[in-house]
Design a protein around this ligand. Structure first.
Ligand code: PEP
Length: 255
């Protein structure tokens, strides 16, 4: 019998953060030209001003587009913010929520992330919900407690394999070149699957895609994708250039 891993969606999402102007969209056609025959779901999350043009640049290649955040309200006096409905209106299909850089720099709480997830769903977007521990929390052997708390607090009831992707991103691994050991990646992803099973039931939880994020590069991607409960990656720095991102996509397609 095939394992549940083979039935789940494989996803590689690229988080461009605050990098790129219109010229960067040329990377999408470069990427499209070298995608494997049966590619995983590829989602590029550019800065908000590029969303609409990115949907146009990505669509000939089946590359989907996501935003990096949305507001928890749909409209109103929130200068500088964008709503999930506005994101969906650009043709984007995904939104990253609760990234550690937003939890840190914008003091986002689990409760706010949960409200944003509900807004994203209402707009028809798939939420890529990020969780992860700090270096201090890992050193204090609190990783699983932190992850369990963030999962419980950030995810609403009503999670399905279509409306939600969970990305485990140890904060100390983001942009540092540090990566947890294979055993640590397995431990946390297995734990996330167990917690999702307890809350949403076996049938739903077994199909929810779980991504690993934090210094994924062409030379470590294949190892990371071997873990039973890793269904893909959320990639920062290595998603900016097609030459770096394409081998990561190829490694997932081959896994
Ligand atoms: C991220 O910011 O989500 C990320 C994983 O970054 P990097 O791949 O650069 O570590």
């Amino acid at each position: 019998m095939p394992s549940d891993k083979t039935k789940r969606a494989k996803i590689v999402a690229g988080n461009w953060k605050m990098n790129g102007t219109a010229a960067a969209l040329a990377e999408l056609s470069k990427l499209g030209a070298v995608l494997p025959l049966a590619p995983p779901r590829v989602v590029i999350c550019p800065p908000a001003p590029l969303l609409f043009r990115a949907t146009q640049a990505g669509s000939p290649f089946g590359i989907q587009i996501g935003a990096q955040d949305c507001h928890s309200e749909n409209a109103g006096a929130f200068t500088g913010d964008i709503s999930a409905e506005m994101i969906a209106d650009t043709g984007a299909t995904h939104v990253i929520l609760g990234h550690s850089e937003r939890r840190d720099a914008h003091h986002e709480t689990d409760m706010e992330v949960r409200c944003k997830v509900e807004r994203a769903w209402a707009a028809g977007l798939t939420a890529i919900v990020c969780i992860g521990e700090t270096a201090q929390e890992r050193e204090a052997a609190n990783t699983l407690d932190i992850i369990g708390g963030q999962l419980a607090g950030s995810l609403p009831d009503g999670v399905t394999a279509e409306n939600t992707v969970v990305a485990y991103e140890p904060i100390w691994a983001i942009g540092t070149g540090l990566v947890p050991s294979f055993d640590q990646i397995i431990e946390v992803h297995d734990f996330i699957r167990q917690r999702l099973t307890r809350r949403y039931g076996q049938a739903t939880a077994q199909m929810i895609p779980l991504l690993y994020g934090g210094s994924v590069k062409p030379d470590n991607a294949a190892m990371i994708f071997q873990a039973e409960n890793v269904d893909g990656a959320l990639v920062g720095g290595a998603s900016l250039k097609a030459v770096d991102f394409a081998p990561i996509i190829a490694a997932l397609a081959a896994s």
